[in-house]
Ligand binder design. Structure first.
Ligand code: PLP
Length: 394
């Protein structure tokens, strides 16, 4: 609802969205319906693995209910540094890592720390939109690199280059990307890194889905490339790979000089991250990693089921190579995707998100999360078929 009367002019100019977001509207509609298949939020239906939950419970039992170290539990930062290294990333010392209440929170800390008014930040489009919101709150200019279905929404150095200007300061890479599930191939990541060096850009490398890839896809950590450690902020978290969305814990890592200042910004916003979540995250990193592989395989099965279902209906989609989303083109239904989503929710009781919230300018795409078991995904596909048939007959 838009602010009215007494409050109409009270919101600051930097607050662009003055009315209820389509996601909130759809969430409210879904609350009033029964048997909704929720393929909206990027929130795993899978439980946080038991040993991680137990570590959280134990921490509570020990009275770990206080503020912690401003940068994060030292043992956790050490484990994060080791984990980054173990997966081919850069060599960070624990004091180059800041633990935050979620990766999303980190985006705002990083943007506010790096961007001056008028600076340009290059973001993938479609891409995870809070980066743009964080940049707008910093009064920076968001420059979108538009990718297309013809090339499976793959980001290339050539595309990035075409958007660099003398005002470019920061480049956001999300690999695998949300909402498209596309992986930027290692050779393109290396070429993009070279551009960053040539044009003196800082890269925010969002690697939160890096452990969730399919087939023979591989993620190249940006900071591990020659010359990149000093100009990369690596952002990640526990929400996706360990099914820990509700624990609200993530982190960012970067060169000490930048991290010192960013840690202060983070401290001003958050003081510290919940101690119980930090102990749980420590167990996530130091315990067996089999749970991550099991979840990855589960998403892979769901991915195949959803792609089969969409093939049967005749809805084209980008090949999902990572993360847990399928990005599908519903233009053939004849409805804009944002309308299709609302009709699908009301008539089919399937909740999916319109691509427009990820910067898509064509309103042709929907994002479907692989956050339901295979049987529910199949049921969702059958409901989508019914709604598509109804639209075609109207
Ligand atoms: N980065 C990407 C690409 C995401 O999709 C998300 C959440 O969906 C996040 C970061 C933030 O996750 P969290 O704040 O739960 O760590």
């Amino acid at each position: 609802m838009e602010a009215q009367g007494l409050h109409a002019n009270r919101l600051a100019n930097r607050i662009k969205l003055k009315e209820e977001h389509i996601i909130t509207r759809m969430a409210n509609i879904a609350e009033g319906l029964t048997d909704v298949i929720r393929l909206g939020r990027g929130d795993p239906d899978l439980d946080t693995p038991a040993h991680i939950v137990k570590a959280g419970q134990d921490a509570l039992g020990r009275g770990e209910t206080h503020y912690g170290h401003p940068l994060g539990l030292p043992a956790l930062r050490k484990a994060i540094a080791e984990n980054i290294k173990a997966y081919g990333g850069a060599d960070y010392s624990p004091d180059e890592i800041v633990v935050t209440p979620g990766g999303q929170h980190a985006m705002f800390v990083i943007a506010l720390s790096l961007l001056n008014p008028g600076d340009e930040i290059i973001v993938p489009c479609p891409g995870y939109n809070p980066y743009s919101q964080a940049a707008e709150l910093s009064d920076a200019k968001v420059v979108q690199v538009r990718m297309s279905m013809e090339t499976n929404f793959t980001l290339t150095a050539e595309m990035v280059k075409a958007h660099i200007t003398p005002k470019s300061r920061v480049l956001v890479l999300i690999n695998p990307n949300n909402p498209t599930g596309t992986v930027t191939p290692p050779d393109e990541v290396a070429k993009i890194a070279q551009l960053a060096i040539e044009h003196d850009l800082i890269v925010i490398s969002d690697e939160i889905y890096a452990r969730l890839t399919y087939g023979n896809q591989r993620i190249q950590p940006v900071a591990a490339l020659p010359g990149m450690r000093e100009r990369t902020i690596t952002l990640s978290g526990f929400s996706k790979a360990y099914a820990m969305t509700g624990w609200r814990i993530g982190y960012f890592a970067g060169p000490r000089e930048l991290i010192v200042a960013m840690a202060e910004v983070n401290h001003a916003f958050a003081i510290s991250t919940a101690s119980v979540s930090q102990h749980a995250a420590l167990a996530a990193l130091t315990g067996s990693q089999d749970c991550v592989e099991e979840m990855r395989q589960t998403y892979d099965e769901r991915r195949k089921a959803m792609c089969e279902g969409l093939d049967a209906i005749g809805i084209p989609y980008a090949e999902p190579q990572g993360a847990f989303y399928v990005y599908a083109n519903v233009a053939a239904t004849g409805l804009p995707a944002s309308e299709f989503c609302q009709k699908l929710l009301a008539e089919g009781r399937v909740l999916v998100y319109p691509g427009t919230i990820y910067g898509d300018y064509t309103d042709d795409f929907v994002r479907m999360s692989l956050t339901q078991p295979v049987a529910r995904i199949r049921e969702a596909m059958s409901r989508i078929q019914t709604v598509v048939n109804t639209i075609r007959a109207e």
